[in-house]
Structures are given as structure tokens and as C-alpha cells.
Design a protein around this ligand. Sequence first.
Ligand code: SF4
Ligand code: SF4
Length: 470
Amino acid sequence: MYIQRMALNPILERHKGELDKCVTCAICQSVCPTFQLSGLEKLSPRGRIVLLRRIVNGDVDPSTVADDTFNYCTLCYACQTACPAGVKTDLLFIGARQEIAASKGLPKAKQKVFAALESPDRVEKAVRLGSLAQKTLGEGTVNKLAGGMVVPKLRGKPWLKELPEVIEPEGGKVRATVAFFAGCMSNYVDARAAYASLEVLRRLGARIIIPKAQVCCGAPAFNNGDFGTAAKLAATNLALFEDPKITAVISPDATCGGAFKHEIPELLWDDDELAVSAQLVAAKTMDWAGFVLKHLDPRFEPTKEPAVKVTIHDSCHLTHTQPHAAAGIPGSQVFSPDHLDQDQPETGGSSRLASKSGHTQDNPAPAKPHLSVHKLLAKLQGVELVALPESTVCCGFGGSFSAMYPDDAARWGGRKLDSIGNTGAEIGIVSSPGCLNHLETVRSDRHENAYRLMHPAELICERYGWTPGW
Ligand code: SF4
Ligand code: SF4
């Protein structure tokens, strides 16, 4: 043993046995964006696991580990889904980030952002100032002030300030009551997806409660190893979203929904006061499209809108971290609307599929998409869904990944845009506002206009001419 280890953080302690499950087969490398971008073993899932074993065993001091080793990872979870041994790589890598952050401290810019997230007033002030600075000093200067991280173009005013506490359904008949979680990307950067998500819910009969005191879901802090801030944010939100009158907790952002379903219960697993609350809210959290399908049962009338070809990028957080609530299909490459009635095969690693399907280490079976968005859009008249090759592969956003490694995030995003463009679709659907914003930025830099990108709710609103009615 090289160093005397202090206790591991609770998540790494709870899941360190996962490290022993890894048989170093490298199947995960072929689905890993950061391995494919870098070509480096140390920046692949297997390389990270081998290093983490040495950290956990006390052979490597975490303070000596280069920040990029675990930060240069989009946390897309593709490696976890592909792994034949079922290694929970996401929790291992987040646990590793916490160990490294605890041993040498988070960069100051991140510390400031995460501390501010606990107070909506402080975030609002920071966002106003940031937006003003972007307009007057330029975005490059703001990025320098943020320690070199790329800050997206900020709204001057938080979106939640523009909303009422409650939105009643069109026509007054309540089919379900939901609590709406906006998410930071909609609140502080671009609310187009969130506006449309609310409007579709309202038009189809949902009564929408919008807790105005909601704060960040905590995913950025959690994913960067700041578990203390993430737990405080979770506690604030759980108190607001535990209301028994609510049928479901909905977010237009698959990342925030994934945090409520997956990351917050994990974070608060041992918390005497909050563990049960975290499980209750997780059980009520549904992806936006899944909720619309299940509780609002939409029947879309024909419209006069011209027929349109649409292709769907499957968000990592819907594909890998939110349970496969809907029936599915064996691989997105062969997607067609006819497949929507087939049963979802058992989820599992590539090697289990390999013997039947011919997928190999170099060509593992694709992750199965979460089908609620596909099913919802298949109900629209005049919308032809076309298959998107590699639809479940990450778009390169990865939260702080695109802020820290903008060039590589853009390269990987460009790959996704190439796929969308090659389908001949006029519209590419992206279900997470963060991914949408990222891909829009890359698309605009490439001056591509052959197709548009939008959230599924925007497509529905556009085809029916629905505009916010509150
Ligand atoms: S696929 Fe799983 S078992 Fe194989 S190297 Fe990757 S993490 Fe380890
Ligand atoms: S989460 Fe994604 S980027 Fe990170 S190691 Fe796994 S496959 Fe690679």
C-alpha cells in the first residue's frame, strides 16, 4: 500500500465492489466518445477503472491524478449499458471525481457556481451580471472570468419569474396534476423547449403546479464531486415536490429528470431524513413524453401543415438513466414506426446479445432507445419518422464537458449533426435542452440550414399553432 487511505466517500464505498466485476475486456471502449476522440487508454472506461482500483487500494494518491482523467468524460453512461459484466461505471466515475475534488479542491470557478446555486437570488444576480457582461465585454471575456470554461449565452432574467404558480388546463377539465421542474438550462439560458413542454401539457389537460422556489436539480454539483452542495439542493427540491396531490414530477430536461430518478436517491441513500422522500419523488418522476402518453392519451387531429420528415436523437439520460418505461425495439438503427408495438427486450450488455446478433467487441449492440418520444411523435399526422444511425450515441454536450472541452465537444457534436443531415430529415428532435443548445451552437458555427433542431414539444406546438396561453 502506497498511502494510508482515509475513508472513501459513501458512493465509492458502497459501489467499490463494482471494480472487481470488470474483466478488462474493453468492450466499453468501442462505445466511449472520449476514447474515440482521444485514442488513449487512460481516457477510456477501462483505463479509468484500472486507475480507480489503484486509488481505492491506496496505491495512488488521488491528489496526484490529472483532472482530465475523470473530467474528460461526458458521463453518457454508454459504457455502463454496453458492459457485459454490468459494471456501474457512472457511480464509480462520479465517486472518483469526488475523491479527487476532496483531495485537491475543486477549481475556484466551479466552487463559486455551485455555492451560488443554493440561492436563487444569488444565481439570478450572477446571471443578470453575466448576461450584461456577455453583451458589453463579449463572451470570450466572460469565459476567461469563468476560469476558461465556456459559458452559454445567458438570459437576462430567469424564466421561472415569467410563470404563474399554477397553470390550469385548456377547457378547465383536469386529467392529471403535475409539478413542473424547469431546470437551469431552461431557466437561465434558453426556455424554448420548456415553454413548449408546458403548452403541450396545458392543451392536453394537465393542471401544472410550478414551485417557484425550486433550485438546480444538483446534477452539475453531484457530477463534479461536490456532494455537499448537491445534497442541499436536493433537500430544497424534495420538500417542494413531495406533494401527494401531484400525479407526476415532470421536467422538459431529460438530465434533470434523470437526476430526480437516479442520482438524488443514490446521493441520499443513507440519509435518515431524506432517503424516503428521495425515493418517493423518484417514483413520481416521469419523462415528459412518457407522461403525456400515459396520462394524457393524446389524439392528434390532422393538420393543414405540410408533411415533414423527422429524425430523433435519443438523449443519454433517457436512454441510460431513466428506466425503459415504454415498450422498445432491439436497436435504433433499424427503427421504424412499425417497431413501436414490439416488446422491449431485456436490457443488458453487449456480449449477451453478441451470440444471437453477431455483435462483437468492435461492434457491440447499440443501446436501446427510450421510446416515449418516438411513440408520441408517431401519433402526429403528417410526420414521417426516419431512422437516425447511432441515435443513442452521446451528442458531446455532457454538461461541464462541453464547457471544459469545447473543441472536442463540438467535434463529437458535429458527428451527430452529420448523422442527422445524412438522413435527409428536415427536423432533428433533441429531448434535452442542454443537448439542444449544444447542437444548435455547433450547427450555427457550421452554417448548416438543411434541417432544424427542436424539442419534441416544439414540433407538436408548431404543427398545431399552439402558443403559450397563460
Ligand atoms: S466492458 Fe465492462 S468488464 Fe469490459 S472493460 Fe469495460 S467496464 Fe470492464
Ligand atoms: S460515461 Fe461515456 S464518456 Fe464516460 S467513460 Fe463511459 S462511455 Fe466514455
